[in-house]
Design a protein around this ligand. Structure first.
Ligand code: UDP
Ligand code: MG
Length: 297
């Protein structure tokens, strides 16, 4: 039974050696056969150099390197495609996901064959700013109302799952990926376990507030068309109100006209969001380009 560990890395040169050593220490202690697939997501630091060094001392370390930064979603997707294990884990390179927690999750999955996947959710956000906490909580609440896929608040990309789950995920053709939603969409029996992320040991987070907002909006667009459906329903209502207003009063009041215009502008905005998604999917550009591979035969 082999475990493939997928690690998205963007400018993580400073933490990779430490990460590798602590991960392999637990894997070897538990006698787990493994491969580590590091995905260099267009880093501009010495990440690829560090990975090459690691591959020299540990042949179970393999890597793919992107031609530029394509984002964590693309890095995870590419990494999954390259795995050959019966079980797959995804974890961050910055030591925030503890290797012993990952192995604990893996063993839990082995123990109970009824389960296919195990997901760690953040049970403790005490290190986050209150604005980030509020925005995250709002996102989960809003997502779970409007979206076809329900997400457990705090659900992360820190997961271990069977090959069958990975096969279902990589078979999906969509280009703009929101993995948390995809995991929920593909189904399978999932266990949720709480975890507290460790402090980032080196470097800083790659997620700015705008990146997070774009990511959240993208997630909702991926799995919800409710805004478009509501537009249809409200169109009928607005038409009736407008018509009645016109018949009874002979004209539309300025306030009504203003209200209609604002609603129209909002709708154009919503349609634009979906059109841009259709556009980028129709262009069919890949969600990553591989520059080099290390350690694959
Ligand atoms: N990451 C990536 N591509 C990106 C941004 C991040 O591969 O464009 C990786 C990063 O190297 C790390 C993981 O994704 O291993 C999580 O990123 P980060 O620690 O910045 O996010 P946070 O933990 O703050 O949510
Ligand atoms: Mg992190």
């Amino acid at each position: 039974m082999k475990l493939s560990v997928v690690v998205p890395c963007y400018n993580e040169g400073a933490s990779l050696e430490r990460f590798h050593d602590s991960l392999t220490e637990v894997l070897q202690k538990e006698k787990i056969s493994y491969e580590i697939i590091m995905v260099d997501d267009g880093s501009t630091d010495d990440t690829i150099f560090k990975i090459t060094e690691l591959n020299k001392k540990d042949k179970n370390v393999k890597a793919i390197s992107f031609s530029r930064n394509f984002g964590k979603e693309s890095a995870m997707f590419a990494g999954l495609k390259y795995t050959s294990g019966d079980y797959i884990a995804i974890m961050d390179a910055d030591m925030q996901h503890s290797p012993s927690k990952m192995v604990e999750m893996y063993k839990k999955l082995l123990e109970d064959p009824n389960y296919d996947s195990i997901c760690a959710y953040k049970s403790n956000r005490k290190d986050e700013s209150s604005i980030k906490k509020t925005l995250t909580a709002t996102f989960y609440r809003f997502n779970n109302i409007v979206s076809d896929v329900k997400l457990l608040p705090g659900a992360s990309d820190f997961r271990v799952f069977k090959k069958i789950v990975k096969d279902a995920i990589v078979a999906l053709p969509e280009k703009t990926r929101f993995l948390k939603g995809i995991f929920s969409w593909v189904g399978f029996n999932t266990i949720y376990v709480p975890y507290t992320p460790e402090k980032r040991m080196f470097g800083k987070t790659k997620w700015s507030l705008t990146k997070l907002l774009r990511y959240s909006l993208g997630g909702i667009v991926s799995f919800s068309t409710i805004a478009l459906k509501l537009m249809g329903v409200f169109s009928i209502l607005i038409f009736i109100v407008g018509l009645l207003n016109f018949i009874l009063l002979g004209n539309l009041s300025h306030r009504t006209i203003l209200l209609f215009i604002s609603i129209l502008i909002l709708w154009i905005g919503i349609i634009a969001v979906y059109i841009s998604r259709i556009y980028s999917n129709i262009l069919g550009r890949p969600c990553y380009i591989i520059k080099s591979e290390i350690g694959f035969k």
